[in-house]
Design a protein around this ligand. Structure first.
Ligand SMILES: Nc1ncnc2c1ncn2[C@@H]1O[C@H](COP(=O)(O)OP(=O)(O)OP(=O)(O)O)[C@@H](O)[C@H]1O
Ligand SMILES: [Mg+2]
Length: 229
């Protein structure tokens, strides 16, 4: 697999409201290329909204998001730029139930126009990467929760994203399995060099990241290096 370099992300004074609810209030943040940043914060503090803005799924009301110096909404085709740069892992895996693990990992490659044999090969190497090569032909219903989430990680990596956004990727898993999924994410970051932004309540994730931030009521409330560094 090629080693994509990490994306440089700048969030510049971004605000976003839903009706009268101010989900984000003037958030500024920089994710350096290859940096792993963990974000905690109470339910409703704006974490998923911030990820959606960085990933180009939502447009900010005010402020800008720049990836590698380019404002994402100013590009002629923001959706395409997003697909080429960003990988998402969500709390629930969102795999397609009728498709095998391998076929799920191939889905983003279809959009990218890869040929069938190349897609197959790439999906297999990604499943190997997450330790699931022997489960390639299993349906999601035939996999454990942790295995499904690892398939979701493989799928998020299919297009060699330079930015991986993970929104409570282990929210539905037990602590041992969570630990494994986080191990996988950090190991992939170390090896592939992508920028990693991960939402988790888990303190140990904050400790393993290069930096940990907390969102409170739509604002960044603290930014600190992990304990012991
Ligand atoms: N599409 C939407 N329409 C209306 N309100 C929304 C929408 N999305 C988010 N909100 C509101 O914005 C605020 C922030 O939501 P967000 O999902 O970003 O929180 P969160 O920190 O991810 O919470 P959780 O930890 O529960 O996932 C909440 O008050 C939420 O109700
Ligand atoms: Mg959320």
């Amino acid at each position: 697999m090629n080693a994509p370099s990490g994306a440089d992300v700048v969030v510049d004074d971004v605000s976003k409201s839903f009706g009268r609810i101010a989900a984000l209030r003037g958030v500024s943040l920089r994710l350096k290329p290859g940096e792993a940043v963990a974000m905690a914060g109470r339910s409703g503090s704006g974490k998923s909204t911030l990820l959606a803005l960085i990933g180009g799924l939502e447009r900010p009301d005010t402020g800008r998001v720049l990836i590698d110096g380019q404002p994402i909404w100013a590009q002629p085709r923001p959706a395409r730029a997003r697909r080429e740069v960003v990988g998402f892992v969500f709390q629930r895996h969102l795999l397609l139930g009728a498709l095998s693990a391998r076929a799920n990992v191939e889905v983003p490659l279809i959009g990218a126009g890869a040929h069938r044999a190349a897609r197959h090969e790439r999906a297999m190497s990604l499943l190997e990467e997450v330790g699931l090569a022997d489960r390639a032909e299993h349906l999601p219903s035939e996999l454990s929760g942790g295995e499904r989430q690892r398939v979701a990680v493989a799928r998020a990596l299919a297009n060699e994203p330079r930015l991986l956004l993970a929104d409570e990727p282990t929210g539905a898993l037990d602590s041992v399995t969570s630990e494994r999924v986080f191990d996988l994410l950090f190991r992939l970051r170390d090896r592939l060099g992508m920028t990693l932004f991960v939402v988790s309540y888990d303190r140990s994730v904050g400790d393993r990241a290069d930096r940990a931030i907390t969102l409170t009521d739509g604002q960044i409330d603290s930014e600190h290096p992990p304990a012991g560094r």
